[in-house]
Write a protein that binds this ligand. Structure first.
Ligand code: GDP
Length: 444
């Protein structure tokens, strides 16, 4: 099973949460340690692991309860969405030239599966109805040229060769001419691979790139090499400028480090993955499917998603009722501010209010900071105080106590109370506008 070790490493994280009721700062310490260990064992690069663990912890502590969903299931869901993000979110498709021929330049160290990828790629394109031609520009290994010719025959695509005496950039140029004559949609150029990066290899690649002006420059990397693959992508990108990576040998006992590190470390997407030696074993890299495979918990994920949907729906309805009756209290306030997702929707709501204009990222950050301060004040309120903000509006003594318990100033508490009342008015007005009525400001 692909990434089996990583999958079982993560399982021990969920297991640490069995029997817990909610996710807290304290009870996620152990699971987070397991997650960290599993990722490091999978050979994910350390800075990536750090950022990942940080992001997951922050979300886990801030996440609201979802009825029927257990904390371990919630954590699975959070880890899943962070894994997807880590791998670039959306699938990154191959680009094709808007007009004329699409040129794909392939680079990579020896033995990573570059020659195989050339043939697989032309087969992949063929299935999409695109014709392609292979160009053998690896002049240092006659065997590599022969291999490309054989594979080309196997998948039924022409291979342009010019022996080993012609400069690679010249072969590339001639190959491109040939492809034009043959009216091929795509030209795939195989370049020389060395055992390790060296200056002449980089120079040669630069020259070939200049000669071709390629649509895609893809570095082929071996998944078995883990975070080293990510480092290679970074280096090649800095040296010659690439558009993405192709990750091979994902079928072997690779541990996942490459798949999880490439994007975050290099900033470049993995576009395709090789999952076997057969010609059909090349497919797009889907971050969400990959994350799903790593977790191996498809049913849990869809269950949590459904539960979240139901919650959102019910919350929205309840909130609307409250707003309409101007009963929006500190509990609602807190609910609204507890998750980043909800924060997003709140800033959108604020942005809709006439006269408030557009909300900038800096404003959102400031808002998030002040929301943290508000949270700490609301947390020390009694249930009655939360439900009846009027109590706080009327009593300086209560405000003083809340200031003391939350470590904030009395002025901050007063501001919070005032803000809640302003919010009521704004929201009520907003609902009024949305209902097609005139907004009115009720007396407080
Ligand atoms: P190159 O030196 O980079 O051109 O590498 P080759 O294309 O010659 O491949 C080296 C070896 O890796 C060959 O035995 C291939 O069959 C094998 N190989 C390539 N891609 C994959 C893959 O996705 N999975 C597996 N299991 N083997 C692969």
């Amino acid at each position: 099973e692909m990434f089996g070790q990583l999958t079982s490493g993560l399982e021990s994280a969920w297991n640490k949460l069995k029997g817990e009721e909610v996710l807290t700062k304290d009870n996620i310490v152990e699971p987070m340690r397991e997650i960290r260990r599993a990722l490091l064992e999978a050979d994910v690069s350390l800075p990536v692991v750090r950022r990942f663990v940080q992001a997951v912890s922050e979300q886990a502590v801030g996440v609201g309860l979802i009825r029927g969903v257990k904390p371990d299931q919630q954590l699975v869901k959070i880890v899943h969405s962070e894994l997807v993000k880590l791998m670039g979110g959306e699938v990154s498709e191959l680009n094709f030239a808007k007009s004329g021929r699409t040129v794909i330049l392939l680079a990579g160290l020896q033995g990573v599966g570059k020659t195989t990828v050339c043939a697989k790629l032309s087969y992949y394109l063929k299935k999409q109805g695109k014709s392609s031609m292979l160009v053998a520009a690896d002049v240092y290994r006659p065997a590599a040229i022969d291999q490309l010719v054989i594979l080309g025959e196997q998948v039924g695509v022409p291979v342009y060769t010019a022996g080993t005496e012609v400069k690679p950039s010249e072969i590339a140029r001639r190959g491109l001419e040939e492809a034009k004559k043959k009216k091929m949609d795509v030209v795939i150029v195989d370049t020389a691979g060395r055992l390790q990066i060296d200056k002449s290899m980089m120079e040669e690649l630069k020259e070939v790139k200049r000669a071709l002006n390629p649509t895609e420059v893809l570095l082929v990397v071996d998944a078995m090499t883990g975070q080293e693959a990510a480092a290679l992508v970074t280096t090649f990108n800095l040296e010659i400028g690439i558009t993405g990576a192709i990750l091979t040998k994902l079928d072997g006992d690779s541990r996942g480090g490459a798949a999880l590190s490439v994007r975050e470390v290099s900033g470049k997407p993995i576009k395709l993955v090789g999952r076997g030696e057969r010609m059909e074993d090349l497919e797009p890299f889907y971050p969400d499917r990959m994350a799903g495979r790593i977790l191996g918990m498809g049913d849990v994920l869809s269950f949590v998603e459904k539960a979240q949907e139901v919650m959102k729906q019910e919350d929205a309805e309840e909130l609307q009722k409250k707003i309409m009756s101007a009963k929006f209290d500190f509990n609602d306030f807190l609910k609204q501010t507890r998750s980043v997702a909800r924060m997003g929707s709140m800033t959108r709501v604020m942005g809709m209010i006439p006269g408030m204009g557009k909300v900038t990222p800096a404003q959102i950050r400031d808002a998030e900071k002040s929301l943290k301060i508000m949270e700490s004040m609301i947390e020390v309120m009694t249930p009655e105080e939360r439900e009846k903000p009027e109590l706080l509006a009327e009593s300086p003594v209560l405000r003083k106590r809340i200031a003391k318990d939350s470590g904030k100033t009395e002025q901050q508490v007063s501001q919070l109370v005032a803000q809640l009342f302003q919010m009521r008015i704004r929201m009520k007005n907003l609902m009024g506008i949305m209902e097609g009525q005139e907004g009115s400001i009720p007396a407080l």
